[in-house]
Every structure is written in structure tokens, then in C-alpha cells.
Ligand binder design. Structure first.
Ligand code: ADP
Length: 164
């Protein structure tokens, strides 16, 4: 009998971009259930609150049939075990993502032997897209419509725009 495969896609999503959305939509097709996890990392200062990041994700994702959005402030692998998950999904952009993500995959598998990490390559259009780039453009009132959905772009600019 085939068992249900649950995958978790963790990240800061500060804010969600088309790069993240592409990974989410592809991963949701590969697994029975996908949990998009907004990770609260005390070592990484976020511009948007956890609630805002979850709300942006909710607004941006059209089809949430097998997708759940959640947040966690503890050790990721504890959440992974608690949710009885099978797979960790990560998006890979340039080579620069690889070393860090590879290290995380090994550490996670060391802590939980059944935790497999699956890497999905970024699509060509979002290869160089990051939340920090979006935030820098938004701060100066630039056009971010190519990088995040229109339904959240206005709110991002409104929150980050600085008067110069
Ligand atoms: P960022 O590095 O933009 O702050 P996150 O910490 O939210 O992003 O990243 C969560 C996951 O999403 C990581 O696996 C990261 O490599 C992946 N990711 C981020 N941006 C993209 C993108 N443009 N295309 C594909 N994957 C991405």
C-alpha cells in the first residue's frame, strides 16, 4: 500500500516571491501534502512579522488544496518529527545556495535518519531573485511587480518605502 508523503518547505518568506511560489507549486505536485513553514529565526532579523508573512503566502497561493501554511520558532527537525514528515524541500538558485543547503541536509539527516532533503532547481526567471532584493527595490519605491504577486506588491511597498 502506498503511504502518504508529507513534505515541508521551510524558509523565511520575508516576503514570499515568485521564486518561492514556483517551488511551492512544483513541490505540491510531487507530494501528497506540502507544509510551507515560516521559520522564525532569531539570528535573522525579519522585516515582516510572522503573521504578515503567513498572510502574504495565503494571499499569493491560488490553489491550496494539499498545502498547509504554518510557522515554527523551534528547532526545525523537532517540527519535522512532530509532523511525521518524510521530505524537506529546498530551492536551489545559483551555486551559492548549494554549500549551505547541503550542510543543512546532512545535519538534519544526522538528527533524524529518515529526513530526506529534495532540492528543486530554481527556474531560469527566478534564478537571481531573493526576498532581500525585493525589499531593497521596494524601499526606494521601485517596481516589484515582476518579482511578487500584484495582490501583495502594494502592501510590501507601503510598509518598506522610505522617504528620500
Ligand atoms: P531568501 O534566501 O530569499 O531569504 P528563504 O530563506 O525564504 O529565502 O528561502 C527558503 C527556501 O527557498 C530556500 O531553500 C531557498 O534556497 C529557496 N529560494 C529562495 N528564493 C528562491 C528562488 N528565487 N528560486 C528558488 N528557490 C528559492
Amino acid at each position: 500500500m502506498r503511504t502518504v508523503k508529507t513534505a515541508i518547505y521551510p524558509g523565511s518568506f520575508d516576503p514570499v516571491t515568485y521564486g518561492h511560489i514556483d517551488i511551492i507549486e512544483r513541490a505540491a505536485k510531487l507530494f501528497d501534502k506540502l507544509i510551507v513553514l515560516v521559520s522564525i529565526n532569531p539570528m535573522k532579523a525579519a522585516n515582516f512579522s510572522t503573521e504578515e508573512r503567513i498572510e502574504f503566502l495565503n494571499r499569493s497561493l491560488k490553489n491550496k488544496d494539499n498545502i498547509e501554511i504554518d510557522s515554527s520558532s523551534g528547532l526545525f527537525i523537532d517540527y519535522f518529527i512532530k509532523r511525521n514528515a518524510d521530505v524537506i524541500v529546498k530551492g536551489l538558485r545559483a551555486m551559492s545556495d548549494f554549500e549551505y543547503e547541503f550542510q543543512m541536509a546532512l545535519i538534519n539527516r544526522d538528527m533524524c535518519h529518515t529526513a530526506e532533503t529534495v532540492f528543486l532547481s530554481a527556474n531560469a526567471a527566478s534564478m537571481f531573485l531573493s526576498s532581500s532584493a525585493v525589499k531593497q527595490i521596494a524601499m526606494f519605491g521601485g517596481d516589484i511587480s515582476a518579482f511578487v504577486p500584484n495582490c501583495i506588491a502594494g502592501d510590501i511597498i507601503e510598509r518598506l518605502k522610505v522617504e528620500v
